[in-house]
Design a protein around this ligand. Sequence first.
Ligand code: URP
Ligand code: ZN
Ligand code: ZN
Length: 459
Amino acid sequence: MSYQLLMNGRIVNSWGCINADILLKDDKIDAIGALGDLNIEGMQRVQCKGMLLLPGGVDVHTHIDSPMMGTNTSDDFETGTKAAAAGGTTTIVDFAMQPRGGHLLHALETHHAKARGKAVVDYGFHMCVTDLYDGATDEFAEIAQSGVTSFKVFMAYRGTLMLHDGELFEVLRKSGSVGAQVCVHAENGDVIDRLSADLVAAGRTGPSSHEISRPPSTEVEAVHRAIRISRMADAPLYFVHLSTEGAIEAVAEARANDWPVAGETCTHYLTLDRGLYDQPGFEAAKVVLTPPLRGEQHRTALWRGLRAGSLGVVSSDHCPFCLEDKRRLGGEDFRLIPNGGPGIEHRMLVLYSEGVVKNRITLEKYVDLTSTAPARQFGLASKGAIAPGFDADILVLDPTGHTTISSKTQNQRVDYSLYDDWEIDGSIVAVYSRGDVIARDGMFIGESGRGKFIVRDTR
Ligand code: URP
Ligand code: ZN
Ligand code: ZN
């Protein structure tokens, strides 16, 4: 048995903060309190005075080693989860993509094979349903029983990823009946396709057209529609990557009516402005991600939604592609630029600096959004809190530290960062995952392949 005592830190949970010691016994949190007098043979003492001790980050929206728009995301499970660890995230829930024409169970096994023996933090999967072939929903029970208790559907990308409304209804209905939940990418794909075709016909083929082709109304309409369809199916709904004021209002209204609707936003929607699409040349391709970045009115509404509770989770939507890959595929036509950007490594610190340090959210709220709430939402029962019996996943953050983000030194396998050259407050001193120190000062130092697949419970 091994014991570690983290002494004199400031422990932050979603329900409050205390100055205390944490006793770790093997991979679990054993006790919290004034434990300095404890004398256990072989116990290691770690001085944490002045440090914040937070539950390890839980990022429930990542696309690692994933086929997407004619290419593959650039991180595999080794590089992507090392980047997660270095940035204070100790659990991810990643999307297992069903290729068109492929079977769900086969796609799930393919994704398991990519992660097994490579992931260095604990991981679960959502199952992306992109092709509702005859009998597809019959596989839902087996998928849920295997611990993959959430499905994702797209309301955009007709011909590749999109399901139509009847199929969305069917996925909702069937998921509910097997105790799983549905995550929805809400954008009106058909309107976006029309607007995109108009832009190309007018010769506006560069990356900045991405934003124009996906106005806020395309998200807002789809959110309203999905809520209505989920009511018809009598099933709960989780919206991924919300970016607009109107979408948040729709979620808030549904929640006010006691409908089980949850909303997520991502670090980049909270912190980056649509002005990045006005950059010259191909630079704007770095922010060709979906939905696009928005203006200040929407960002203000997102922060408000986090405080009010209509948005409960902040994820990264880590979906990295090297700029060269974006250029090779979409240099002539913005519609072909792979949609997505990196973010797994910097979510925790950027949100700390932009949210807590700038007084937009409290420390407790920060912990809730980045760890406790996503763990609760997705059935990660042993994650998301510093309390006896929980996994010893702990982020040691120095609030007096400073961090410079640079794609030259980052661990994500991609040639840019959305936050390149940002100087931010706070630094990550150490990261514990099930009692192992897996990162120090922004570098992964743990063992390869140590991450475990998490079997999540059905609802
Ligand atoms: O731009 C994004 N978000 N790419 C990943 C796919 C998705 O929609 O989540
Ligand atoms: Zn999406
Ligand atoms: Zn995504």
